[in-house]
Design a protein around this ligand. Structure first.
Ligand code: SF4
Length: 482
């Protein structure tokens, strides 16, 4: 039950004939809701006319039947659900971003975080560009459109813009006549595409969203690849492929993605089971029962149980009708929410030596509550096993990891952490174990910088989020002065 904040989910539809692309996007976003719950939006492209709606909150709250009817049918749609990693106002920063420019209109949805957005934005502002949001995403259409003025097509403009954009970006873009899917050169964030039986192309952050709309997964979009969908079919542009080492975010397998998704050929469920099995080999414990912390600890707990031979059980019931703990970031509310969200099953736990598997320990407050609840429910021993290595560093690629000073593993040894959270023992997956999660890929194909500090790209000197917020507060001060 991680307190790590997720990034975003993107979704796109291309159909040769006008169809209910808005509904498809609604159901696609609903399947991607776990990737971002702060805001959501859909843009429908009806023969070059864009209709859109963006709102704070969850997909099924934001989109009423009236709004869906207003969005209507079209040939293309772009959808987005967001957890704000950069920029601070959920409604203003909601995506897709729609812009009108000299050659037409464009809708764009972004998952990831640019590492040079502050520099790009400052440069654009000095040339007279005006920005509406505090999100790093807004620089992307600006950079593309500057190129578009000199290019014969939108895909050429995107191709040129990629030389300027640094960091993590999986994009879905609709121009008047094309749907474009783009993955950055390192392939930090997932992006895949598929097709429905009636020939409609669908692009999504995760394959679970393709399943939701009846589309069959074709494949992941490759790092650095641009895919163009238009009336002539699908075309791949690979000028940026193999320009940089593939560095897929390993935490997508551990926590972010849904277990029923397949990413770059690896089942997320199977990756988590492998993590649990590896954990059992690295940290054997004498115990009577293995349980997982719902939801992302469950698959790894199955792996731990299988490898250790200790029976697997359901130790917690999760109240599914409450938002994730991080929605209210206050320390006090987070602690209360753990109890509201999870309830231990006493008859399962009473008198048992329990191994509890979770995906991470961030500050330790949630883990301390979990251990406390298990002991109150009668557990004789509690061993906290974590299906990832300790968090030691910030992420610059779209994941909102706490400041180093709040990360418990930066300040304390594993033994001290066990004492702080009240567990009999704590075990983390090793960095070596991490590499075995997705054997379909090479071990070098992962980003694991938040665990080992090996950033695959140049990183900003300070957190972008702070820089943007500082920029906003400076501009507010300017307003007050006038
Ligand atoms: Fe993922 Fe961590 Fe790399 Fe960020 S730093 S992209 S969370 S592995």
């Amino acid at each position: 039950m991680s307190q790590i904040h997720e990034e975003c989910g993107v979704f796109g539809v291309f159909s040769k004939e006008p169809t209910d692309v808005a509904s498809m996007t609604y159901y696609g976003l609903f399947a991607l809701q776990h990737r971002g719950q702060e805001s959501c939006g859909i843009a429908v492209n009806d023969d070059g006319i864009f209709r859109s709606y963006r709102e704070a909150g969850l997909v099924n709250d934001a989109f009423t039947p009236e709004i869906m009817q207003r969005l209507g049918t079209g040939n293309m749609a772009v959808g987005h659900c967001r957890y704000g990693t950069t920029g601070n106002n959920p409604r203003t920063n909601a995506q897709p971003i729609i812009i009108k420019h000299i050659k037409g209109s464009m809708a764009l949805a972004h998952n990831g975080n640019l590492t040079n957005s502050y520099e790009l934005r400052t440069d654009l502002e000095l040339q007279g560009s005006i920005f509406r949001t505090t999100s790093d995403t807004e620089v992307i259409p600006h950079v593309i459109i500057k190129e578009r003025v000199h290019c014969g097509s939108i895909e050429q403009a995107v191709n040129k813009a990629m030389y300027k954009l640094k960091g993590a970006y999986s994009l879905v873009i609709s121009s008047p006549s094309k749907l474009i899917a783009v993955r950055d050169e390192n392939g930090f964030r997932p992006l895949c595409y598929g097709q429905t039986p009636d020939g409609v192309y669908v692009v999504a952050s995760e394959s679970c969203a393709l399943d939701a709309v009846g589309a069959k997964l074709i494949r992941s979009i490759r790092p650095g690849e641009i895919l163009v969908f238009d009336k002539n079919g699908v075309r791949s542009i690979t000028d940026h492929s193999d320009k940089a080492p593939e560095k897929f975010c390993i935490f997508e397998y551990i926590y972010f993605s849904r277990p029923d998704s397949v990413i770059d050929g690896t089942s997320v469920h199977e990756a988590r089971v492998r993590a649990g099995a590896c954990l059992a080999m690295e940290h054997p414990v004498k115990a009577d029962l293995v349980i997982g912390v719902p939801d992302s600890g469950l698959d790894a707990a199955i792996g731990y149980s299988r490898m250790s031979g200790i029976p697997y059980g359901i130790g917690f019931i999760k109240n599914k009708y409450i938002g994730r703990t991080f929605i209210n970031p206050g320390q006090e509310s987070r602690m209360n929410k753990v109890r509201i969200k999870l309830n231990p099953i006493r008859p399962v736990l009473e008198g048992k030596r329990v191994v509890v598997v979770d995906d991470s320990i961030v500050r330790g407050t949630t883990s301390a509550w979990i251990v406390k609840m298990l002991r109150e429910a009668g557990a004789k021993e509690v061993h906290m096993m974590v299906s990832a290595p300790p968090f030691l560093n910030p992420c610059y690629y779209g994941v909102d990891i706490d400041d180093r000073k709040h990360l418990i593993a930066v300040q304390h040894t594993t033994e001290e952490i066990a004492e702080i959270i009240g567990a009999d023992s704590v075990g983390y997956l090793s960095l070596e174990g991490l590499k075995k999660l997705a054997p379909e890929c090479h071990a070098e194909s992962y980003c694991s910088a938040c665990f080992d500090g090996n950033y695959p790209t140049e990183v900003p000197k300070t957190q972008l989020k702070n820089k943007f917020e500082q920029k906003i507060s400076e501009s507010q001060e300017d307003d007050n002065d006038e």
